[in-house]
Design a protein around this ligand. Structure first.
Ligand SMILES: NC(=O)C1=CN([C@@H]2O[C@H](COP(=O)(O)OP(=O)(O)OC[C@H]3O[C@@H](n4cnc5c(N)ncnc54)[C@H](OP(=O)(O)O)[C@@H]3O)[C@@H](O)[C@H]2O)[C@@H](O)CC1
Ligand SMILES: [K+]
Length: 489
């Protein structure tokens, strides 16, 4: 289980390590992981290390010592060391013959001209924006030189907590991040500055790491372990009955996409309820047209309720009224699109999943879309507190908020930025709920299957992939996730 850190979490973890006398060892591990990153990606040539005055600079000085010991040509330009461990690692580097020169603009210009790779150990999680002018000048010169950069922990000048970019941070080809990734390394546009992100978890007790983490990012095997296994004697009645409540005139495709995805995720019986005439394009889907869905469901016999339903796709302005009617059924419920309305605040229950994209999340919270995208962790948490149940804040990656905490998903494909992908996810989630997965697990498994099916479909269709291509790959996605589990066994 990978932990996602905000700066305050790193600070608290560092304090705990300090109390245990382990902080020095953690810095040693961090710097060594940075040196290993340089060795594996840029094994040849002269290494220029830029070290700041805090612990990030200390990591840089440790990395310099390891690279020097490995026989690399190493040049270190450093600010005066303020952190005690940074000072001691400066002494250690000198003790084995390394040199450290003051970091000035002329020295940087000279060394950049001769460097084959640069290590950015200027600023890490202790950075408080904005970048001060003297350092900003150095960063601009570094970026202008166009040398490959390996950033330690995160590119200097990025605010670790946020997805937004203020000013000009260091542009890195590789980022070796310590303890766990930071939001700036996971979410765009900040993440675009980090290049390839490699996580060096550091061997600190897992319990400490999780205590101070803002979110977790499960690995594939952990998600695979949650995949439901169906008994051999299952039949269509036990494999999960799903309803899709959606569609309206001119919006008839959305519920079909949800229904298709539910079938491809293994739902036994899928029925579409709509007030509009839906085209019978998928023979396995049952279609029920009713002139007034609210009247239909108002006195619906309890015994004939489905195992789960998804609601809102193409449904139009009647969606909140239907949500108020169906949420008290207390069955697995996915709310999407038109069912994502602020008036439903507080109505979520333990088995319901809200699936807003950033613009819908902004509507739900009464803020602007940039307020959502700059800090997806905070937005997902605020949505969960306001609406109850489980929230999937869609994006690349998606953020899942449960009553127990926050999760960040993995995977996906840029081609998934097309219409109907949300409808597909809703159908997947409803099928998993109908199959008996509790909402938090259904959210994690569903988002992962959706992303992975998108990857498979993306290999074939690139940016031209469409939502039904994703559904077509759900079986393969499920199988490949299961394979990840057996590999780990
Ligand atoms: N558990 C882990 O993960 C471990 C993490 N470790 C490492 O610790 C790092 C965090 O270290 P940290 O707390 O010392 O802060 P850090 O990032 O070096 O920055 C502080 C320096 O930045 C400066 N500065 C601040 N704002 C500025 C601005 N706007 N413009 C210009 N300068 C500015 C500030 O200057 P000052 O305010 O003092 O003048 C101070 O000198 C973390 O990222 C990771 O690399 C490992 O070593 C151990 C285990
Ligand atoms: K850095």
């Amino acid at each position: 289980m990978e932990a996602v850190f905000l700066p305050e979490g790193v600070r608290a973890l560092d304090q705990q390590l300090e109390r245990a006398g382990l902080l020095e060892l953690a810095m040693e591990e961090a710097g060594r992981a940075g040196a290993d990153g340089v060795q594996s990606h840029f094994p040849m040539g002269r290494v220029l290390l830029l070290c700041g005055s805090g612990a990030n600079g200390g990591d840089g000085l440790v990395a310099a010592r390891h690279l020097y010991a490995l026989g690399r040509e190493v040049v270190v330009l450093a600010q005066p060391s303020k952190h005690p461990l940074t000072r001691s690692n400066r002494r250690r580097l000198r003790a084995i013959g390394g040199t450290v020169s003051p970091l000035t603009l002329p020295a940087l210009g000279r060394e950049l001209a001769r460097a084959d790779v640069v290590v950015d150990g200027l600023l890490g999680t202790g950075f408080v924006p904005p970048l001060r002018p003297a350092l900003a000048e150095l960063v601009t010169a570094l970026n202008a030189a166009g040398r490959p950069v390996v950033a330690l922990d995160l590119p200097s000048g990025l605010n670790a907590a946020l997805a937004e970019v203020e000013g000009e941070p260091v542009r890195a080809q590789v980022t070796v991040t310590f303890s766990g990734p930071k939001p700036a390394l996971l979410y765009g546009p900040a993440a675009h500055w980090a290049g390839k992100v490699e996580v060096a978890p550091l061997r600190v007790p897992q319990e400490w790491r999780l205590t101070h983490a803002a979110a977790t990012r499960p690995v594939a095997a952990e998600v695979a372990a949650l995949l439901p296994v169906r008994p051999a004697d299952a039949h269509k009645g036990t494999a999960g009955r799903v309803w899709v409540v959606g569609g309206s005139e001119g919006m008839v495709g959305a519920p079909l996409l949800s229904g298709l995805a539910a079938l491809r995720t293994g739902a036994g019986l899928v029925t579409l309820y709509s007030e509009a005439e839906l085209p019978q394009k998928i023979p396995e889907l049952m279609i029920q047209t009713r002139p007034d869905l609210a009247a239909t469901f108002a006195d619906w016999p309890q015994k004939q309720r489905p195992d789960a339903l998804c609601l809102g796709m193409g449904l139009g302005p009647r969606a909140p009224k239907l949500a108020r009617l169906l949420l008290p059924w207390n069955i697995g419920t996915v709310l999407d699109a038109d069912a994502l309305q602020p008036e439903l605040a507080g109505l979520g229950h333990a088995e319901c999943i809200w699936t807003p994209h950033p613009a819908e999340a902004a509507r739900l919270l009464g803020v602007g879309t940039p307020d959502i995208t700059r800090d997806p962790l905070a937005a997902a948490q605020a949505l969960q507190r306001k609406f109850g149940g489980v929230v999937v804040l869609k994006g690349g990656p998606s953020t899942i908020a449960t009553p127990e905490g926050l999760l960040v998903s993995r995977g996906g494909h840029a081609g998934m930025a097309t219409a109907g992908m949300g409808d597909t996810l809703s159908g997947i989630l409803a099928a998993l709920l109908a199959g008996g997965l509790p909402a938090p697990q259904a959210a994690l498994v569903g988002v992962t299957l959706h992303a992975r099916a998108g990857e498979w479909a993306g290999r074939q269709h690139g940016y031209g992939l469409i939502a039904s291509d994703v559904s077509a790959e759900l079986g393969r996605a499920w199988q490949s996730l299961r394979d990840d589990l057996s590999l780990k066994e």
